[in-house]
Design a protein around this ligand. Sequence first.
Ligand SMILES: [Fe+2]
Length: 366
Amino acid sequence: MIKPYLPQNDPNPQRRQEWLNRNREQYEFDLDYLYPIPYLKQLPIGENFSTRYLAQATSAFSKLNANTLAAKFHSLWDPLNKLQDYEDFFPILPRPSVIKTYQSDNAFAQQRLCGVNPMVLSRIRGEMPAHVQFFLQDVQAKFGKSLELEKLLKEGNLYLADYTSLSFIKGGTYQRGRNYLPTPIAVFCWQSSGYSDRGQLVPIAIAIDPTQNTHFLTPFDQPLSWSFAKLCVQIADANHHEMSSHLGRTHLTIAPFAIASARHLAENHPLSLLLKPHFRFTLVINNAARASLIQEQGPVDELLAGSLNESLTIAKDSFKTWSLDQFAFPKEIANRGMDDVKQLPHYPYRDDGMLVWNALKKFVSG
Ligand SMILES: [Fe+2]
C-alpha cells in the first residue's frame, strides 16, 4: 500500500521528481493522430493487461470463439437477408432474450430508456422544436381523437430521439456497395397508467430523413413499414452509440485525464491514488482501438454507416462538445429534461446511474 503525500509533505522529494521525470518520458501526448482528441503516443509496459485479467478474458471469450466457429458462414453470394439469419448467429451462446420481443413497440421504447444507448432521448419542454414542427400536424391527423399532441406537449409528456446531427454522413462503402445512415427523428409520449409511478413510453411517429423530406411513419402504417422506420432509428442509434457515447465520450474523453495524471501526479499523490483504479486498462484498450478498431478495414470502417473519416468525425464532435460541468451524470440527465421522477417514473438508466453517482460522490467527498 502506498502512503499518500502531497508534494510539500513528501519525505523524499527527489525520488518523487525522478518518478515524474520518468513518467513524462513514458507517457507522451500524440496530438496529431486524432486532433483535437489527445491520444497516447506509445503504451508504457506498466499499462498492459495483467496476466490475471488476460486469463479471465480468455476464459470468458472461449464460448464466443466456439460460437463463431459453429455459426454459419455467409459469403458474398449468400448474404444476410432474413431476420432468421441473425438469430442463427447463436448456435452455442444463449440467444439474447430481447430476440423474442425486439420487434414490439414496447421493446423499441425500452431501448431509449435502458438499452445500450439511453442517452439520446430528451423531453420536449415548452415549445416544439422548430425542426419537428413540420410533421406534427399530420401526425395529429393520423391519430385523430386517440391522441392529443397539444395536451401531451403542455403536460410535458412528449419525448424526442433526434439523430439529425449525424446527417453530415454521406456513407462509406462496403463489399456490396454504398453504406447509408438514416438520421431520423422519433417522437414518443409517456402514457401514464393512472397509478402515479406506472406507465409506458410509446413511439408515435418517426420521420426517417427529416433533413431531406417530410415523409414520416406511425404505428398506423403497414407493420412492415413501421418496423422499417424503427429499424432506421436503431441503426442511427447504434452508430451514435459506438462513435459518440461509447468511443468519443467514454474511452477517448477519459484517456487525456489518465495521461495527464501519469505525467503530473506522483504515484503517492492522493489524487493519483484516488484516480488510478478508474483508469485501469483504459490506455491499453485505447491503444488496441488505434491498432484495429478504428483502422482502415477495421470494424468501425466495415460495420458502421459512415466512411472511417466520417465516423471518426462523430467521435471528434462528441469530444469537442463534452465538458465536465455539462456532462457530470445528474447534469447531463437534467439537460435532457429527464431528471424529474414524477414526470418520467420509468428511466432505469437515470435511477441506476444515480445510485452509482451518489456512491462515488460519497466516497470521493469522504
Ligand atoms: Fe468500451
